[in-house]
Design a binder for this molecule. Structure first.
Ligand code: CNA
Length: 322
């Protein structure tokens, strides 16, 4: 693994103790949690949506198509629902940034609410494409709690005549008041982004222009292909270093690279682990992830570890010089 792109970030943060970070993240930070992203070949959602019988993959998040046929979206919603997944190491790294006073904002395109699950405070969070955290009727706007919406999507067992197999059917989530469809407050294609996205970015752009603080923007796990989110990195003032941690070089980092860009091509969780180590934040990260502290080695294990290290160094009689 080429760690230069992580070491440089750590050096910058250590040398500038009042520098803070804006994270811009996408589906890639949640793939280690078991949630497929959109566009990764073979494993991505788009390549797996054929079973839902969609006319085109994006239709699952298309508001007109949803009104016509909500079943594909409700099927997906049942899979992606909050509570089904745990945050990744990278989600918790962002929480450590908050605890250390080094977090300015998290702009997320994700709708899985794992930033909330990782207990990142709401004031730092901009859910650009909304989330499953709230739900409302598309006609009368009556709102529904997460639990109530979940209840509405519960499968119903349809009993058939003797000799025939029972079938599991899914109900549509219908509004108690007007019988229209209930939809989580996630932004579909054809809908506008929440006002908080635009308002906060305007303020944060001003904040980024403060040259004294040497702040950073770190972009992680996104193909930078959904606008307007995808244009944020290109709007970052030129004096602010941009960092990309992703499997591939994407968007403005590819089209208009800057000499100050810092790139690590690899997994978001590896980057989290490595940065925490460089910063001396491993303990905090481990605690949040819920991992036990490593048990100290007993004498026999220590001897075995030294022997294995020597073996790797290949210090054997055969290699000794005469
Ligand atoms: P995308 O277009 O699927 O791109 C994901 C990017 O992350 C690709 O460049 C991958 O190579 C990269 N990647 C995947 N896994 C990792 C990893 N572990 N470490 C580093 N890089 C990785 O997804 P975007 O977020 O760019 O697209 C925006 C869409 C995706 C938004 O509208 C979301 O609502 C939507 N989405 C969200 C989720 C979620 O909430 N978890 C899941 C799938 C799609």
């Amino acid at each position: 693994m080429d760690r230069v792109g992580i070491k440089k970030v750590a050096e910058h943060l250590k040398q500038n103790s009042d520098a803070q970070v804006i994270f811009m993240v996408g589906a890639g930070i949640s793939t280690p949690c078991g949630i497929p992203d959109f566009r990764s070949p073979k494993t991505g959602l788009y390549s797996n949506l054929s079973r839902l019988g969609l006319p085109f993959p994006e239709a699952v998040f298309d508001i007109d198509y949803f009104e016509e046929n909500p079943k594909p979206f409700y099927t997906l919603a049942r899979e992606l629902y909050p509570g089904n997944f745990k945050p990744s190491r990278f989600h918790y790294l962002m929480k450590v940034f908050e605890e250390k006073g080094r977090l300015h904002r998290v702009y997320t395109q994700n709708i899985d609410t794992l930033e909330r699950e990782a207990t990142i405070s709401e004031k730092y969070l901009v859910e650009a494409h909304g989330s499953f955290a709230s739900n409302e009727c598309i006609s009368c706007s009556k709102s529904y709690s997460v639990d109530r919406f979940k209840e509405k999507l519960e499968p119903v067992k349809i009993q058939h005549k003797k000799g025939e197999k029972d079938q599991i059917e899914f109900e549509y989530a219908l509004c108690d008041k007007c019988d229209s469809l209930v939809k989580p407050s996630i932004v579909f294609f054809g809908e506008s982004l929440p006002a908080r996205f635009f308002d906060t970015w305007e303020k944060d752009l001003e904040w980024l222009k403060d040259k004294k603080k040497k702040n950073l923007v770190i972009v992680v796990g996104t193909s930078l292909s959904v606008y307007p989110f995808a244009s944020l990195p290109s709007e970052v003032p030129s004096e602010v270093p941009r960092v990309l941690w992703n499997y591939e070089v994407v968007g403005d980092f590819h089209l208009n690279p800057r000499s100050s860009d810092v790139i690590f091509k690899g997994s978001s969780d590896e980057a989290a682990e490595e940065l925490a180590m460089e910063m001396g934040w491993n303990e905090e990260l481990r605690k949040l992830v819920g991992e036990e502290e490593p048990r100290p080695m007993d004498a026999a294990e220590e001897v075995a570890a030294i022997a294995s290290e020597l073996e790797q160094l290949d210090i054997t009689n055969d290699n000794k010089e005469e």
